[in-house]
Design a protein around this ligand. Structure first.
Ligand SMILES: [Fe+2]
Ligand SMILES: [Fe+2]
Length: 240
């Protein structure tokens, strides 16, 4: 049996446990709030879903990179599949759209990986990109905790905390992997982050790549926060 077949241990309970029998709480919302939450939940489904597309893309187009990183990609993918499932359960209950229709609309989208080709060919760049993405997602979910708590649902409150915890776990896993594989290249990390930041903010819209999807007007983290707070924090983690 190969290493990659070893069971993947998760540190948090899965969606089927946290959201067992989940029914969206009956709450009064204005029409615009109702619409906004619909978009937030759907965006969460698709960005989480697209982890598997990125995984498959790496596997088919960058097999050497994929093989090198498979032991960090597998536990990550397992969590992201779980996140997509959980957000799809929430979205389906919230919208009253049947779960299989939600799944279909997610599957029918077409990914475009052209923006990340220059990154995916270099395993260090890829790891830094994944770390960048995971720490941003951590901050986004962290900021969402208060508004999730306002639904007054223990399941939703537990769900957003669990996903946040998983994202920060992913961040550390990618940083550790980069440090273990490329100790002699870590001085490149600041320049790589500059490049990633530029790609992230020159794109017009989300293209289904899982990573680099932060250039939306309603994105809960501002560009200057990513540049002035998050990127320096990532650099610090790489230099510890
Ligand atoms: Fe996730
Ligand atoms: Fe993640």
């Amino acid at each position: 049996m190969s290493m990659s077949m070893a069971p993947v241990v998760r540190t948090t309970p899965g969606a089927s446990a946290v959201l067992s029998g989940f029914v969206f709480p009956a709450i009064e919302l204005t029409d615009s709030d109702r619409q906004e939450w619909k978009e937030i939940f759907f965006d969460s489904v698709i960005t989480e879903y697209d982890a598997r597309r990125l995984y498959w893309h790496l596997e088919s187009s960058y097999p050497d990179v994929f093989n090198l990183l498979q032991d960090v990609l597998n536990p990550w993918l397992k969590d992201e599949i779980d996140h997509a499932y959980g957000f799809a359960l929430i979205y389906a209950s919230y919208t009253q759209i049947p779960f299989d229709e939600v799944s279909l609309s997610v599957e029918l989208r077409k990914p475009d990986f052209s923006v990340i080709e220059s990154i995916a060919a270099d395993p260090l760049k890829l790891l830094v990109t994944l770390a960048y993405d995971e720490i941003i997602t951590t901050h986004v979910y962290h900021r969402s905790i208060e508004s999730y708590d306002r639904f007054d649902s223990q399941q939703l409150s537990q769900w957003i905390r669990k996903t946040k915890k998983d994202e920060v776990t992913h961040f550390f896993a990618f940083v550790q992997k980069a440090k273990a594989l490329f100790p002699e290249r870590l001085h490149e990390v600041p320049a790589i982050l500059d490049e990633i930041f530029e790609i992230d903010f020159e794109k017009e819209s989300y293209t289904g790549t899982f990573v680099l999807d932060h250039n939306a007007p309603d994105f809960p983290l501002a560009k200057h926060e990513i540049r002035n707070l998050i990127i320096p924090a990532i650099i610090k983690k790489f230099s510890e």
